[in-house]
Design a protein around this ligand. Sequence first.
Ligand code: PLP
Length: 398
Amino acid sequence: MKISSRVQNIAESMTLALTARAKLMKKQGLDVVGFGAGEPDFDTPEHIKAVAIEDIRNGVTKYTPTGGTPELKEAICNKFKRDNGLAYEPKQILVSPGAKFSLFAAILTLCNEGDEVIIPSPYWLTYPEQVKAAGGKPVFIQTGVESGFKVTPEQLKKALTPRTALFILNNPSNPTGAVYSKEELEPLANVLMQTDISIISDEIYESLTYDGVRFVSFPSLRPALKERTIIVNGVSKTYSMTGWRIGYAAGPAHIIAAMNRLQDHSTSNPTSFTQRASATAILGDQSCVEKMRHAFDERRIYMVGRLNAIPGVRCATPQGAFYVFPDVSAFYGKKLSGKEIKGSLDLANVLLEEHKVAVVPGLPFGDDRCVRLSYALSMQEITKGLDRIEAALKSMNI
Ligand SMILES: Cc1ncc(COP(=O)(O)O)c(C=O)c1O
């Protein structure tokens, strides 16, 4: 059998692979600290679980409409009004099995063979693979610690060509934790308004911002932008519901209808008995969100402080999501535990194999100078893991 060239070009998800490897080592009895996780470590709140349990008992176990139940779509419309000041109707909403599929459906719907798709780098490693699977060409805009990992309007203007079809904005960002302010989004909107390209605004980490930073949904800046933007969001990160697989997209009705047709013939509906529970999460008491955000915030401050105290590590303070993305390139070209460290892949490998701590290399996120550490693990585990990283890196005597 031959693998199609389209799928042959798709890279393995290094975050999923690394998390699986760390989990396997743990299962084998090894005391591994995993900073790889892309999901909150908290349990899903009880009041949400109770609704799903009730639905399973009541036989809500059959197909639902492809794009989600009317009740859940209504709840999502209410959320957009409440949190983002955006008015959407249910026909402008598509619920999918996870925001990852919402993104894929949007990219497949908006990107033709050979189209260019602009992606700020570092990026969530799934974007370029989905773009390639859609036959598009990822075009990266490189950002770094200097600019707070944010794209400038000049950079965006320079990346545009007659073949540009789409711009993907991830705010707050995975892996950098960067959050764009309204003042930083405005000039980007100005550049985009002079083009006719489509925009995907991935806002999955919306609820996780720190230091009093206020999240601004990109299309809320002006009505004309909303007509060209697909917002992607979901319940995974906000309510610690990653396994429930409920993500959603909002945008112009004809684009949502096209995405719905694609979903009709690919996944069909998202899981039936997680939908009313997701509506409960979205509409119910939001204090669980604040509780989790508060815990993340404490860990974030601790991690940034500890990492920056290691000579050679440069860690920007992220203002969103639950990742830190320190620059560890000062250690490249040196040896760790007898092995030469040429880049982020080597460092991640040796840290896992020899020091029992899992970090994700920055290379597949578009920046080999960095590694990504999630702080979705307990303070006790964070402390233990950072002790190991500190000891390992200090042993390199840079
Ligand atoms: C930036 C970003 N977008 C989207 C997703 C997808 O979330 P899910 O498919 O769990 O809803 C993730 C998950 O890691 C993410 O980091």
